[in-house]
Design a protein around this ligand. Structure first.
Ligand code: ES4
Ligand code: ZN
Length: 393
């Protein structure tokens, strides 16, 4: 009250002093809030970057960045993609949707020609994965895309395998390989790929299906091929991209008839409550990949991921084609997803726990990976019961 009386004496100088104080205080509060938020962001980013990770959905061919694509094109005397800008233009000018992306992808992968190219691509990829603190990777490759260009299975596979072995040693990452058949090609071609892989069966953990379009090429098309791959000892997985016509019906086929062990993408399952229950009860994990394309303001399908996670489905985050999507490698993608979805540290840890749950390893090996994540969570004061959403005893 004293202040009001004092001021009401029309003391202009003092009015000015109060006003100045208010402005200064406001500025101070704003700066403090900004710096607190900045520190928080930096803290969250460091938490995500340093988290021990499993990458389960990554195409070797999609790891080639524009510089690498153009360098290989020049080395191999190809008359396309002779500069990184050519590659970037092709990426940004592509038709929207999966088919537009695949026509870029299928052209860019043609720069891989020699065994050394495959070796280098694999080895250099593992170097980057290590920088992302990835300790386990299931790596996809597309045999038919190479054999159809006249490169034998033996030729390219030995390059990938050498890169895998040396990369494992140099970077301490465990690598398993998954061969993917192209759903757009014939059943006969898929069988041939399976037969060509015969000699390398012990070096390939999984048999998958990718490429597109999915509509018109449902999982049922390859029912007998998947059955044969199962008999030969492969784990089975398959792509079910998002926003695809009939995708829910296709995911049901993959679950009930093909009996896949895991599903790549598959986030459209969120639209079918019974399917959500089936995925949860049968413990079939979805390797989500909310990539960000140049025109997207943020990674896609954050709401689907949240809803599936809230409903107890084992869904995880992966980078898919990190050399070609703006979301890049896994650390960066996790940062984008966390920011867009405002997920907590416990939420982000659970999404990574799901990846370790989805591994095709013995229970003991899985437990040892999960313990690494658990130790990391504890060191960062993340409460494990909040990660697993179980009540404390
Ligand atoms: C792919 Cl279906 C699909 N999506 C993303 N990347 C790919 N590479 C091969 N098939
Ligand atoms: Zn993929």
């Amino acid at each position: 009250m004293k202040l009001v009386r004092f001021l009401s004496r029309k003391n202009k100088k003092n009015w000015f002093a109060v006003w100045l104080n208010v402005v200064v205080m406001f500025g101070f509060l704003v700066t403090a809030a900004q710096s607190y938020a900045g520190e928080n962001n930096a803290d969250m980013r460091a938490f995500l970057e340093q988290m021990p990770k499993a990458e389960l959905h990554l195409h070797l061919e999609g790891s080639l960045d524009p510089q690498t694509v153009s360098r290989l094109a020049n080395n191999n005397d190809l008359n396309f993609f002779n500069s990184a800008d050519d590659v970037k233009k092709s990426l940004s000018n592509r038709e929207p949707g999966l088919n537009g992306f695949l026509s870029h992808y299928n052209k860019a992968l043609q720069v891989l020609k020699t065994q050394d190219d495959f070796y280098n691509a694999t080895y250099e990829l593992l170097r980057i994965l290590d920088q992302n603190n990835i300790i386990y990777v299931d790596l996809f490759f597309d045999p038919q895309e190479h054999t159809r260009r006249g490169i034998s299975f033996d030729e390219f596979f030995n390059g990938i395998d050498k890169g895998r072995i040396e990369g494992e040693k140099a970077f301490g990452i465990k690598v398993n390989l998954i061969m993917c058949i192209n759903r757009n090609l014939s059943v006969q071609s898929a069988i041939e790929a399976l037969e060509q892989a015969e000699n390398y069966k012990d070096k390939i953990i999984g048999f998958g299906m990718d490429s597109g379009p999915e509509y018109g090429n449902p999982p049922l098309k390859f029912k007998d091929v998947f059955a044969r791959a199962r008999r030969e000892g492969y784990y089975l997985t398959g792509h079910h991209d998002v926003h695809v016509q009939d995708s829910v019906k296709h995911i049901w086929q993959s679950l009930d008839i093909i009996k896949l062990d895991r599903i790549d993408h598959g986030l459209d399952a969120v639209n079918d409550a019974e399917l959500v229950t089936a995925l949860r009860e049968r413990n079939i994990c979805l390797t989500g990949s909310p990539v960000k394309r140049t025109s997207d303001p943020e990674p896609q399908d954050i709401d689907a991921i949240r809803k599936l996670d809230d409903n107890g489905v084992c869904v995880s985050l992966h980078s898919d084609d990190p050399g070609q999507f703006e979301s890049g490698y896994l650390s960066n993608m996790m940062i984008l997803v966390q920011e867009a979805g405002e997920f907590s540290k416990a939420d982000m840890t659970r999404l990574m726990l799901n990846a370790f749950r989805a591994l095709w390893l013995s229970d003991e090996e899985k437990k040892s990976y999960i313990n690494k994540l658990k130790t990391y969570a504890a060191a960062n004061t993340v409460v494990w019961n909040e990660v697993t959403r179980t009540k404390s005893k």
